[in-house]
Write a protein that binds this ligand. Structure first.
Ligand code: NAP
Ligand code: MG
Length: 501
């Protein structure tokens, strides 16, 4: 660990457990054992607020994926997991959730150091949300049921359906909510009785590796959950294409999602793709401005804007445009940018040099395209990958900054004249992950919600998420749902049974 990182840990008094974990040699978790990559190769991991080396993780290979899938296959077919009753599966899942709760501060510290995000939001959203998701999904195993059907065949028949776990799940997750996205991918298949091989993003594997220590404590049988770290192009690609994987569950960019989906189709695996977004916020003239401002804080300016469902495109009725945009910019400008471990930090750095440059390029592009810089507009000089919260005004839908996912703290705003125009502008985008509508007119809210092409529509808020509510995209934002009973269903096969009496 670089001395800048170790000074950073000292400055904010991180827990002994987090320090021990961050200082140790990292290994991955396959078939109930801690292993290096078969080649012994590792890759570097950086701390984003100091931009210095944090640690190394194993650079997994195709062979490592094969071993992990074989372990998951054998745990699925004849291990303790396959024989475990639904009630015992529930108990293990609740136990894991409780262990996360008990170790919340340690997990949040590991995540913050690895990813850069502000620790207060991390404790609440990433870790708190994960505990909730595991408890929610832990409620399902005893409630999975088929149906008896009233058939009319000649002779006497008893006909029914059984719901069965689909098999080995290959899960791939991004770096923006590393722990939380991993829990979204793990909880539902565990509840269904599946086994899992998961690949975290190479920038952010640490919180998931620490989590495996908790799974060991909770008594999760070996082979049920396997973690292979490494590159998407090798580990991720091979996992999606693996014939031993029955279901591919991916969260990440639309571009990689297409590749992953094709690889899954080659062996006819089930597939869920949770992809990118450029979600509109539609603000009518009767909106409560305070709620609009709060919503931008909870989405496009939360997690340094690295939020798939961020309300990053704002359409405001021309009568209130200036007031709304100014209020949003005033609050954005007042945000405290600081290293993630600082408990007062409202915005940490973005994840990497690459994202820092990519967002910086979009900031320049916005000016070139003729947008008005209402606030921010620049990257912050180092150390660390900090970006000024930015609002671009007077934009239009022909601009790239309005059409493309920037994945940083950058809001683009423009005005509209009437409801039809607002809906047309909001839908004029390849993505359809989420949207929000701000109005105090109940009739208008109900009129507009069905017209918006998005998997989630919020009214007078943005980015509320809970485990009982399905989350997933329309259009190029994906296929299938995470969370809710809808997600559980993605991990179940239906078997039709006929008995002649
Ligand atoms: P990404 O580049 O698509 O990577 C996502 C994951 O896929 C990483 O683990 C990556 O591995 C892996 N990967 C890369 N190439 C692969 C390949 N050829 N085959 C299989 N796996 C491969 O996305 P990201 O940059 O990490 O995350 C940001 C994106 O995720 C944004 O577009 C965001 O909107 C989206 N997202 C969507 C949701 C949702 O619920 N809809 C939630 C969060 C984020 P490595 O990076 O380790 O190489
Ligand atoms: Mg990436």
């Amino acid at each position: 660990m670089h001395e800048h990182v170790s000074n950073y840990l000292d400055q904010y008094n991180v827990t002994e457990t987090a320090r021990r974990f961050l200082s140790q040699a990292q290994r991955m978790y396959v078939d109930g054992t801690w292993v290096e990559a078969e080649t012994g190769e590792t890759m570097e991991v950086y701390e984003p607020s100091t931009a210095t080396l944090l640690t190394h993780i194993p650079s997994g290979t195709v062979g490592d994926v094969d071993r992990a899938v074989a372990a998951a296959r054998s745990a699925f077919e004849d291990g303790d997991w396959a024989r475990m009753t639904p009630r015992d599966r529930e108990r293990i899942m609740h136990r894991i959730a409780n262990l996360i709760d008990d170790n919340a501060q340690t997990i949040a510290e590991i995540e913050t150091v690895d990813n850069g995000k502000a620790i207060i939001g991390c404790l609440d959203a990433d870790v708190g949300g994960s505990v909730e998701t595991l408890h929610y999904m832990a409620g399902w195993p005893t409630k999975i049921e088929g149906a008896i059907r009233s058939v009319s065949t000649p002779g006497q028949h008893f006909a029914y359906t059984l719901k069965e776990p689909v098999g080995v799940v290959g899960a791939i997750v991004p770096w923006n909510w590393p722990f939380n996205m991993a829990m979204w991918k793990i909880a539902a298949p565990l509840a269904a009785g599946c086994t899992i091989v998961i690949k975290p993003a190479q920038q952010t594997s640490l919180s998931l590796l620490y989590f495996m220590e908790l799974c060991e404590q909770a008594g999760l049988p070996k082979g049920v959950l396997n973690v292979v770290t490494g590159r998407g192009s090798s580990v991720g690609q091979h996992l999606a294409a693996h014939p031993g994987v029955a279901k591919v569950s991916f969260t990440g960019s639309t571009e990689v999602g297409r590749t992953v989906g094709k690889a899954a189709m080659e062996h006819l695996a089930h597939v869920t793709l949770e992809l990118g977004g450029k979600s509109p916020m539609v603000v009518f003239e009767d909106a409560d401005i305070e709620r609009v401002v709060n919503a931008t804080q909870a989405s496009v300016f939360f997690n340094a804007g690295q939020v798939c469902s961020a309300g990053s495109r704002m359409y405001v009725h021309e009568a209130v445009y200036d007031d709304v945009v100014q209020a949003v910019a005033d609050r954005a400008q007042a945000m405290k940018l600081a290293p993630g471990l600082d408990p007062k930090s409202e915005m940490g750095p973005v994840i990497s040099q690459q994202q820092f440059e990519s967002i910086g390029n979009y900031l320049q592009l916005g000016e070139q395209e003729g947008a008005e810089v209402v606030c921010g507009g620049h990257t912050v000089d180092g150390p660390g990958y900090f970006i000024q919260p930015t609002v671009f005004g007077r934009t239009d839908n022909s601009m790239r900054i309005v059409q493309e996912e920037i994945f940083g703290p950058v809001l683009v705003a423009q005005s509209f004249a009437n409801e039809d125009e607002a809906v047309r502008l909001a839908n004029d985008n390849e993505y359809g992950l989420a949207a929000s509508v701000f109005t105090s007119d109940v009739s208008r809210a109900h009129r507009v919600v069905p017209r918006i092409q998005a998997g989630t529509v919020w009214v007078n808020t943005h980015d509320l998420i809970e485990s009982c509510m399905p989350f997933g995209g329309y259009k190029n934002s994906g296929i299938g749902k995470d969370l809710g009973p809808e997600q559980l269903d993605h991990f179940l096969e239906t078997k039709t049974v006929w008995i002649e009496l």
